[in-house]
Design a protein around this ligand. Structure first.
Ligand code: HEM
Length: 409
């Protein structure tokens, strides 16, 4: 590992902040996994990297995602990636999305209806992660927690084990009494692939049925993409956004904003844009320079890596006034209609194909929370103890607390 790799993975925010200060620039160079890598922390640099020069800065086919997910659109380039994106995108738009809306409402109701009932403090991040898992397994694999609780539980555990492979050292070792995290992840992957292949063969309904009938380049491709879509990565990202939303709109000082968000869908939209601006769920993404080029006037030699860091791009003072403040109204002023300045879902020809689905779902879940609960900090504490009060009932109801686990994840 390069000496800077550990610093980056320990805390990417501190790592980037220190280097932005040291170099007085939002573009700087370091080694990451022993590869010289340019870090992009400005809107201008991000747009060049992901849009204008997307034919020079390409996806890395040897990325560690390939170890864990196999060959998927995420690490491919060129015509193959274009064709795959075209086929897959169809499943995330128009009538395919519309047919998911009833399921999205039912999942919100199932997972969020009892937030205040137990009277015990609860961790909302876990609740939202479960909500995300119910969404992806029900939508993409036709496995619904209410109908098949054991199968659902088994797949969820396998997905967690499989995900741990992404954050473990990639060493496949099995000795008596000990198996490396990476080896466990590969075992989990084999079991998940068996379940997925069985579904693809026997289920003609919904997303599985539609995916099974797409013209994929090879026979395992549909299964590998399904593995990607049900991956724990997506529930985690959804839970991160919803937790940030809950934090941002918590407390008596935000009560008016909460009420406005119920009345006015545009206000809710602006709140959610500001949530993803300040707390993007993923660090960003990585590209490799196919030939020498420039980014924000810096020379980038051939084969150098380039990482865009959404957290800092979204705080670029050239573009966002008071960049660290939570100001939903900025999206109706100078930055109205300027969503293309954000990159929580990537940008350009390789942006996220699930972003519309995610937006619809996050809006559904946040509307559910706003309509059914009022939540405020009580008592003020380090642990962010929140009181969840059903909107229609008196104010002396049980507390539901949550911790900042989302930061660690
Ligand atoms: C909160 C939820 C999500 C976030 C924050 C997110 C974020 C992202 C980001 C940042 C990228 C671009 C990576 C890069 O530039 O290298 C991306 C790509 C992608 N996302 Fe998402 N995503 C989310 C949900 C989803 C969902 C629900 C799906 C589908 C089920 C999905 C499927 C994909 C795929 C297939 C790509 C690769 C596109 C390509 O390489 O051409 N994502 N996502």
């Amino acid at each position: 590992l390069g000496d800077k790799t550990l610093d980056f993975y320990r805390d990417p925010v501190i790592f980037c902040r220190q280097r932005i200060e040291k170099h007085s620039s939002r573009v700087f160079l370091c080694r990451l996994i022993n590869k010289p890598t340019v870090f992009i922390c400005s809107v201008e640099g991000m747009r060049e990297l992901l849009c204008e020069k997307s034919n020079i800065f390409l996806k890395d086919p040897t990325d560690f995602m390939t170890n864990i997910y196999g060959d998927t659109v995420v690490t491919m380039n060129g015509e193959e990636a274009c064709l795959l994106r075209l086929s897959l995108s169809h499943l995330f738009t128009g009538t395919c999305l519309e047919s998911s809306s009833n399921y999205m409402s039912s999942v919100c109701d199932h997972c969020l209806k009892n937030l205040s009932i137990s009277g015990q403090p609860q961790c909302v991040y876990s609740i939202f992660k479960r909500l995300g898992a119910e969404l992806v397994l029900g939508l993409f694999l036709n496995v619904r927690a209410e109908d098949q609780p054991e199968v659902f539980q088994e797949i969820m555990e396998l997905c967690t084990e499989h995900w741990h492979g992404l954050i473990s050292v990639p060493v496949n070792v099995k000795v008596p009494l000990w198996t490396s995290g990476f080896a466990k992840a590969l075992d989990a992957r084999s079991k998940l692939m068996e379940i997925i292949k069985d579904k693809l063969e026997n289920d003609t309904e919904g997303f599985v049925g539609a995916l099974g009938s797409l013209p994929f380049p090879n026979s395992g491709s549909a299964a590998q993409h399904l593995l990607l879509f049900i991956s724990a990565l997506i529930p985690k990202a959804l839970a991160s956004l919803l937790t940030s939303f809950t934090l941002a709109l918590g407390g008596p000082e935000q009560r008016e904003s909460r009420q406005e968000a119920i009345r006015n869908p545009d206000h809710l939209h602006r709140v959610l844009l500001e949530v993803q601006r300040l707390w993007p769920p993923f660090i960003g993404g990585r590209r490799i320079a196919e030939k020498e080029s420039t980014l924000a006037d810096f020379c980038v030699p051939k084969d150098y890596g380039a990482v865009y860091v959404s957290y800092f791009i979204h705080r670029d003072p050239e573009v966002f006034q008071q960049p660290d403040s939570f100001l939903p109204e900025r999206w109706s002023g100078r930055n109205a209609g300027q969503e293309h300045l954000l990159c929580s879902f990537g940008r350009g020809p390789r942006s996220c194909i699930g972003s519309t689905l995610t937006e619809i779902f996050i809006k559904e879940a946040s509307r559910y929370l706003l309509k059914n609960y009022d939540w405020c900090l009580d008592p003020p504490s380090q642990d962010l103890q929140y009181k969840w009060l059903p909107v229609s009932r008196p104010a002396n109801l049980p507390t539901v607390s949550f911790t900042r686990v989302f930061c660690e994840s």
